[in-house]
Write a protein that binds this ligand. Sequence first.
Ligand SMILES: CC(=O)SCCNC(=O)CCNC(=O)[C@H](O)C(C)(C)COP(=O)(O)OP(=O)(O)OC[C@H]1O[C@@H](n2cnc3c(N)ncnc32)[C@H](O)[C@@H]1OP(=O)(O)O
Ligand SMILES: O=C([O-])CC(=O)C(=O)O
Length: 355
Amino acid sequence: MSKNICFIDGLEGVLKYREVDINELVELPYDAVSYLLILGELPEEQELADYSARLHAGREINREVMDIIRMCNFNVDAMEALRTVISFISQFDPDLNDSSPEGNLRKAIRLIAIIPTIVAAYYRVSNGKDPVPPDPSLSHGANFLYMIKGSKPGPLEAELMEKDFILSAEHELNASTFSSRVTASTMSDLYSAVVSGLCTLKGPLHGGARAEVMNMLEEIASPENAEKFVLEKLEKRDKIMGFGHRVYKTYDPRGTIFKQLSKKLAESKGDMHWYETAEAVENVVIRELVEKRGKPIYPNVDFYSGVIYKYLEIPPQLATSIFAIGRVSGWIAHCFDQYEKKKIIRPRAFMLDEC
Ligand SMILES: CC(=O)SCCNC(=O)CCNC(=O)[C@H](O)C(C)(C)COP(=O)(O)OP(=O)(O)OC[C@H]1O[C@@H](n2cnc3c(N)ncnc32)[C@H](O)[C@@H]1OP(=O)(O)O
Ligand SMILES: O=C([O-])CC(=O)C(=O)O
């Protein structure tokens, strides 16, 4: 079953969730992809409507949760607030210790629904604004943008946010999913497994790279500076954030889709600046690492997604938590699979030598 959740061909650059290619998945609503990951099949129309309705019903946060959000430190990454709040709310979920498939599904839907609201409320409060309540008429992506900006996004921005969540949703045994699975393998509860995933996603070698890409673009500032920036980094043997992958030894298919989408967004805004700066970085990295040194270092999922966030005027502080909004469905799919196995994950220390 676990092999079924995700398929990656790292040499050919192929990615499928539950046997559906990423290029097809990206045309679906996020809710359908989330349903596919968690329940194993694409939903029929009524099943999707019911699933979306359950997500809408789980989006509101109450006053106590708002109080916790208001107590968070707004000078650090939103991931700190997110893991704190998820940990806090777990105590009040009536299904916390109901490990039946139904109890776990109820928790799963609550988690997927509430995470965007927490991130958006944190962002609003940190900017001295009131939180914006969710709008049940909007998709998962459009509603998130609405809750952070306070006005409904245009169709392209809404589409891009949905696609961002889909492209971020699942990636086999990446570090954060592995971490969630290990927690689930002890038969600990789903909130604990999601908190494990959040803590692991945060690191700059994993999901935290997206924020680093945004900071890097800001530092480079314009396409003409890309060459010098990249050469200096490589000279010092520093990594270029948003490049390289443990599994892909060619273009990451998500990176390719994100690149096309970021170009579309840049064109629609009549502002190619960030796109061209990123493309200039990519060209130098490909020339220096792939063509001259024969290293398979291509843009990964975090590179052009960072460009999209720049155009959406999302601050780097929020980037990893937005990744988590998409990824939570993947973590949960793996946890459900692990719960079925009822088998603890306990590798031997010598296996670390191969990591
Ligand atoms: C959602 C995600 O998690 S996607 C990944 C997000 N992370 C990043 O973008 C951070 C930058 N990238 C990296 O640190 C790495 O490529 C990783 C962590 C993604 C993969 O790591 P690994 O498979 O362990 O590769 P490793 O770090 O050993 O690198 C192998 C070689 O490629 C080089 N390399 C790998 N990535 C990069 C990069 N981004 N920039 C420059 N060189 C790189 C390394 O310096 C190393 O060179 P060497 O053999 O001469 O010493
Ligand atoms: O698979 C990995 O190791 C990292 C990655 O791309 C992801 O988590 O999306």
